[in-house]
Design a protein around this ligand. Structure first.
Ligand SMILES: Cc1cc2nc3c(=O)[nH]c(=O)nc-3n(C[C@H](O)[C@H](O)[C@H](O)COP(=O)(O)OP(=O)(O)OC[C@H]3O[C@@H](n4cnc5c(N)ncnc54)[C@H](O)[C@@H]3O)c2cc1C
Length: 412
């Protein structure tokens, strides 16, 4: 089989991770090849949300289709079930205009065209990597970046127990009456009023909801992280009973969203000759499930480093280019922060419904710059550590015990 010419870098995928890194590599003047099972012109299936200031700091706020100033959560009042106490976040949140987002990234790819192919096998040689597609075609590059999402079979990572997954079932639609206030975004509505005693013992879930204007709303029942994941049927039933409890019926479904992705996928081995970016590189924030802000922040430095290595030494082995890439993507500092987040998530997953509400009630009492920095992974390690200590110091004693791992959740 003929080997089609050897590029500097080959990127696998056409999701947000692939487009973010490809556009930056192209901007670095590298010869880039891109391959994905689906064309990058196909609309992405998910709705992507982000804190508006994350985009402002990148000067990309015009990519938002929706933006809310009234951003709130409901945790009851912590440990008791008292209903309508509203935690105001005082921070704008937005949803991407996906078409504009995709177009903006593709524009920065300077007309690069994707091969629409599925990669089936990857072979490594000293100075090139060969990607073999389902069609039988082979492509080669000095470095391959796997941005094909969290299900990739190509990236090696440590053995792990069952992975906790975020699961959500959502509906964009029209409702018999407003499920959220006009112009409002609800990050987490943890009020359990609609749950019976048995349901309260099940893994907790919350409502993520927003007013989209024009009489339509997006409501999504979300389980933060659970192993095994909460099923879509269960989330759908909970969403319906949450709405029914308020006397609200769904009148028209415009779009249904099924969301399932890993929250605590172990970091990949960082000595492998295949580099990864995005879900495949475990870049999802273990505490929030968000990733897009991180992709936008981390792609430029990674692309710059790869370009530097490749241009510096045209004969450098592939494994060394990959190693420098891994070191830039997952610096020691970022690895340590990731460990702290993983630790935090592990603890949260042992909390029952009422403890979880109390935890979040406390978490959002932290100064805004602290909880924002925690959720966006923008705090330097020492500061992150201090914020976690501060959280512990202001938490009610039951939450503290939970954070120390001293509360065992009842199973029945
Ligand atoms: C429903 C949902 C909602 C989410 N909401 C948010 C949110 O609001 N904010 C946020 O920050 N994060 C969110 N996330 C988390 C995360 O940002 C997404 O999972 C994101 O799509 C991951 O991007 P990715 O590019 O790594 O992978 P994907 O988006 O999964 O893209 C993978 C790409 O690789 C291609 N591919 C796969 N296998 C192969 C192969 N063998 N050969 C060639 N190509 C291949 C696919 O065709 C696709 O183009 C959400 C996730 C889901 C599932």
């Amino acid at each position: 089989m003929k080997l089609i010419n050897c590029a500097d870098v080959l990127v696998m995928g056409a999701g947000p991770a692939a487009l973010c890194i490809t556009s930056e590599l192209v901007q670095q003047g590298l010869d880039v090849q891109a391959i994905a099972s689906k064309s990058p012109l196909e609309p992405w299936p998910n709705t992507y949300g982000i804190w508006a200031s994350e985009l402002e700091s990148l000067n990309m706020q015009e990519l938002l289709k929706y933006r809310w100033k009234d951003t709130v959560s409901f945790f009851g009042d912590g440990l008791s079930d008292k209903g309508n106490i509203c935690t105001n976040h005082y921070l704008d949140y937005g949803l991407f205009n996906l078409i504009n987002f995709q177009e903006a990234l593709l524009e920065r790819c300077n007309g690069l065209s994707w091969q629409v192919e599925t990669v089936e096998k990857i072979n490594f040689r000293e100075k090139e990597t060969i990607v073999i597609c389902a069609s039988g075609k082979k492509y080669s590059a000095r470095l391959v970046i796997d941005a094909s999402g969290h299900k990739t079979p190509f990236i090696r990572r440590p053995e792990h127990d069952e992975i906790a997954k975020q699961a959500a079932y959502g509906v964009v639609g029209k409702f018999s009456s407003a499920p959220v206030n006009k112009n409002r975004f609800v990050l987490m509505d943890f009020r359990p009023d609609h749950l019976n005693a048995n349901q309260l013992k099940e893994p907790p879930s919350f409502l993520y909801a927003m007013d989209l204007g024009d009489g339509s709303y997006f409501v999504e029942e979300t389980s933060l992280a659970c192993a095994p994941p909460v099923s879509f049927e269960s989330l759908k039933a909970r969403l319906n009973s949450r709405l029914a409890c308020k006397g609200i019926q769904i009148e028209e479904i415009i779009h249904e969203e099924h969301c399932l992705f890993p929250m605590n996928l172990p970091l990949p081995y960082r000595d492998q000759p295949l580099l990864a970016f995005g879900g495949s590189a475990s870049m999802v924030h273990p505490a929030s499930g968000y990733m897009v802000g991180s992709l936008l922040r981390r792609a430029p430095s990674l692309a710059k480093e790869i370009a530097k290595v490749i241009k510096e030494d045209p004969l450098i082995p592939t494994s060394q280019i990959a190693r420098r890439g891994w070191q830039t993507l997952w610096t020691t500092e970022l690895v340590q922060r990731h460990r702290l987040y993983q630790f935090g998530l592990q603890r949260l997953m042992s909390f029952d419904e009422s403890l979880l509400r109390s935890f979040f009630d406390t978490f959002f009492k932290l100064p805004r710059k602290d909880w924002y920095g925690y959720l966006t992974n923008t705090l330097p390690l020492p500061r992150l550590f201090l914020v976690m200590l501060k959280l512990f110091s202001i938490a009610p004693s039951k939450v503290r015990l939970g954070m120390l791992g001293l509360i065992i959740k009842k199973k029945d």
